[in-house]
Design a protein around this ligand. Sequence first.
Ligand SMILES: *Cc1c(COP(=O)(O)O)cnc(C)c1O
Length: 406
Amino acid sequence: MNHLKLNTQIIHNIPVDPLTGAISVPIYQTSTYVQEAPGVHKGFDYSRSNNPTRKVLEELLAQLEQGEQGFAFASGLAAIDAVLKMLKSGDEIVAVDDIYGGSFRIFTHIYEKFGIKVTYADTSNIQNVLEVMNEKTKFVWVETPTNPTLKISDIRALAAIAHTYDALLVVDNTFASPVLQQPITLGADIVIHSATKYLGGHSDIIAGAVIAKTKALGEQIKFIQNSSGAILGPFDSWLLIRGIETLPLRVEKHADNAQKIADYLCREQAIEQLFYPGLQNHHNHEIAKKQQSAFGGIISFSLKEDTIAAAEAFVSATHLFKLAESLGGVKSLICHPAQMTHKSIPSAIRKASGVCDSLIRLSVGLEDAGDLIEDLKQAFRKSGNANAFANANKQYEQISASGSIK
Ligand SMILES: *Cc1c(COP(=O)(O)O)cnc(C)c1O
């Protein structure tokens, strides 16, 4: 069915149940399977090793990312953990510097103590990667676009560098989704997803995925998945299949809405810096254009008044954009990284990685773009007034304290 377009493939590669004709994949909520004789069974003996509902999902994941094999995990971090378990003590990783906080935490607080070293580089500039590669490097590990500053790295160039050092290129493709970007077709070896985000798409499950380019890599991941056991359960597998059925439709609309909102935000006076790969002035706009079919649903911006208070006033003033962590669901979300996703990072380090005090991240949902823009406009008005009032008050207090007003 390879001549068919992605949306047709997805819908028709989800098989009809051979036993009953059920058009929706049955949820095989079972731990074990009756055997005809010891070791004689239909390919299923225990649900940690294999489950028919999860199997449909895993084949779908492989196909989505153009890999040889796919694997479903209990969370994005469980997927990341499984890939890290391919390494041994003494191995090294070169990772993108503004990596997802949870990835940074598992690298630093879990795997470093097992003797795995991680070196961070701004991978949006290839030269920085070349400078830190060495013969111990086993993985080049990137996200593109990154969170929350939407840095873009050149996947094809990074794959070439990794392979020169006999290392693998691992791409966390959560932000783009396979609809916008298929890293394996650009040379990546392993793709990871937090399926909690766009793949699930409805903010109702925690799930993760690993897709391997080759059968040999797939066998390693399969062994780890079964040995460590952080599999996705049958019901969540079913929910994820259901989410993926509408993935192309959703991602297209997320990106379309985000482009319209980014175009509006370009003209908004209170904004200092706007981050969206679809903007001509984005640092790696040309690379994004080359490797992505659209620019995704996440936008970040900082305010001219670069304070925690100004950002807090803004994120508290939206109505349609709900204040929450996570992204990629049908409902628009707004987040203040300095106080939420990046709170645990010391402020000097956070600022150095581009996450200033007033940085705000939008996960643009599937509502009407005009309604979302109106919501942002009223929030700028409301929070702008509140900030102006607070500033006037502060000035008044300073002046009173200095004694020039009696
Ligand atoms: C959310 C996220 C993860 C972690 O996934 P969970 O499903 O929350 O465990 C990993 N990478 C990226 C880029 C993410 O956004």
